[in-house]
Design a binder for this molecule. Structure first.
Ligand code: 13P
Length: 340
């Protein structure tokens, strides 16, 4: 195994003040997000949109890495420079999402299992050749009546561990992402319990599969009440519950934990991360971000598919990345937010 290289890359991805942009939306997901703001989804609009994000001047100050989608890693900037090269010139590490999506789990109503292990070794070799240095696999866990089941949690943990082992074999840092969904009316306590069960199962399974824990990152949800729950939690409650859950379930040797935004709005996602990093100064791992929606919502709306809006959209993207960078050290504030 390329142990040292994996550890160095993993640490670089959670370097102080930096985080990840998830720009790995599948065709279906980007189509839904574009359509919500009136943009048609074509190969060219998807390319132009990602071009706008990746060429934002100075973005490497706040971003350590970008997670790409298969179509995107093969695309280039308007001047012909491959996106991978554009990112490297910005000082940003290119990564790739390699799962093939969460599908309905047979005989387990309302639960999902992520596919994509068949042929993965060969796909990983190709991505490594294209200069990807890290990979991502997302599992989806749903809270509801009698779910998540141990079978769903365990099956997704097995898939995540097999993915992580293959990725390390190929010399790329795996980001293992079990996402407990925010959808539903569950309480913060139910989210705590589901996240705790999921993470314990995942780390037990990773160890059984001989995955090198210093050479991976965990991407996970915050512990938060469901969107439809009548009792929403304060920022501090989310921060405290999330850190408590992670301390119980995530080994100290893991170099970093990065959060998904998962349907929180952009300001909330920044505030929650900031509260964790300002309250807890001696955590064993770095606590960072790997947001898609919370970094992209406003820039996508401002861009709206028009070349004349690129500068304004880039300004908004730069600002959001800067705010989350401040949250990495707990130095974000409402004043900083306004001082754009
Ligand atoms: P969100 O930040 O929009 O939840 O997306 C992160 C991600 O990569 C989900 O897989």
């Amino acid at each position: 195994m390329h142990t040292e290289e994996l550890e160095t890359t993993a640490r670089a991805l959670v370097a102080p003040g930096k985080g990840l942009l998830a720009a790995d939306e599948s065709f279906g997901t980007i189509g839904r997000r574009f359509s919500a703001v009136g943009i048609e989804s074509t190969e060219e609009t998807r390319r132009a949109y990602r071009d706008m994000l990746f060429t934002t001047p100075g973005i490497g100050e706040f971003l350590s890495g970008v997670i790409l989608f298969d179509e995107t890693i093969r695309q280039s900037s308007s001047d012909g420079t491959p996106f991978v090269e554009v990112l490297k010139r910005q000082g940003v590490i290119p990564g790739i999402k390699v799962d093939e999506g969460a599908k309905d789990m047979a005989l387990f109503p309302d639960e999902k299992i992520t596919e994509g292990l068949d042929g993965l070794r060969e796909r990983l070799a190709e991505y490594r050749q294209m200069d990807a240095r890290f990979t991502k696999w997302r599992a989806v866990i749903t809270i509801g009546e009698g779910i998540p089941t141990d079978t769903c949690i365990g099956s997704n943990a097995e898939a995540l561990a097999r993915f992580a082992a293959l990725s390390q074999e190929a010399g790329m840092v795996p980001i293992v992402e079990p996402e407990v969904l925010i959808d539903g009316d569950h309480t913060i306590e139910q989210c705590f319990d589901a996240t705790d069960r999921t993470l314990r199962s995942l780390f037990n399974t990773l160890v059984r599969h001989r995955v090198h824990l210093k050479g991976l990152l965990l991407k996970t949800n915050m512990v938060i009440a469901g969107k439809e729950c009548p009792r929403q939690s304060s920022v501090q409650e989310v921060a405290d519950a999330t850190v408590e859950c992670l301390l119980r379930a995530v080994p100290a040797i893991v170099p970093g934990i990065v959060f998904l935004s998962g349907g929180q709005n952009d300001i909330q996602a920044t505030e929650h991360l900031n509260a964790m990093n300002s309250t807890y100064k001696d955590l064993p791992w770095e606590l960072g971000f790997s947001y898609a929606r919370a970094l992209q919502d406003l820039p996508m709306k401002l861009w709206a598919g028009r070349a004349e809006n690129v500068a304004e959209a880039q300004k908004a993207f730069y600002h959001r990345a800067k705010m989350n960078s401040a949250a990495r050290s707990g130095s974000y504030s409402a004043e900083l937010e306004k001082a754009a």
